[in-house]
Design a protein around this ligand. Structure first.
Ligand code: AMP
Length: 190
């Protein structure tokens, strides 16, 4: 069983690596950003609320995220899963922990992709023209990065301290293939 969390600021390459590794290990890729973006297409009341929050670069409420992730994980039948973009707050990490424990399950690997703000700012601007994402513009990038520093970095630091034996730091400034190679090496080692 491979249950993996990818951490890193927006634009660090979490999604790209999560996709590659989910195919490599044949496990599910659960990107909360992708799930939320799909939800926006429904154009109902909730979608309109989410749209405003996401376009501003702020975080969606823990209750919504915890519900999305737990209902997806309840349906999970594959050999494992990769969480990409979750947990992003300490409340979410506590919820995930309780949820997994209640099912006698746990996380096996945590990859933290580290990258400087300068590099990721440029990457996000390139991605904005490729994917046409409303939240990939210079005004919103700073809010998203601040959200990362204020909330998510605390979560990854918590895991780093508590689960040091399964916590791996990755240099996000490397080429995509290089990063994948390093991740695969860590997966093989343990
Ligand atoms: P991402 O594609 O992971 O960068 O997510 C895009 C946006 O979706 C974020 O800026 C948040 O507004 C929202 N989002 C995704 N995952 C979460 C989460 N775990 N907690 C709160 N908001 C989230």
């Amino acid at each position: 069983m491979s249950n993996i969390i990818f951490f890193g600021p927006p634009g660090a390459g979490k999604g790209t690596q999560a996709k590659i590794i989910s195919k490599y290990l044949n496990v599910s890729h659960l990107s909360t950003g992708d799930i939320l973006r799909k939800k926006l297409l429904e154009n109902d009341n909730l979608a309109n609320k989410l749209k405003k929050i996401m376009a501003s670069g702020n975080l969606v409420s823990d209750d919504i995220l915890n519900q999305i992730v737990s209902s997806r994980l309840r349906k999970e039948t594959s050999k494992g899963f990769i969480l990409d973009g979750y947990p992003r707050t300490l409340n979410q990490s506590e919820f995930l922990n309780d949820f997994l424990s209640s099912r006698s399950n746990s996380i096996n690997y945590i990859f933290n992709i580290k990258i400087s703000f300068e590099i990721l700012k440029n990457r996000i601007l390139i991605r904005s023209s490729e994917e046409n994402r409303e939240d990939d513009n210079i005004d919103v990038i700073e809010t998203r990065y601040t959200e990362y520093l204020n909330s998510t970095e605390k979560v990854s630091n918590f895991y780093k301290e508590k689960y040091s034996s399964i916590f791996y730091e990755i240099d996000g400034s490397l080429q995509i293939e290089e990063i994948t190679k390093k991740i695969k090496k860590f997966l093989k080692k343990s």
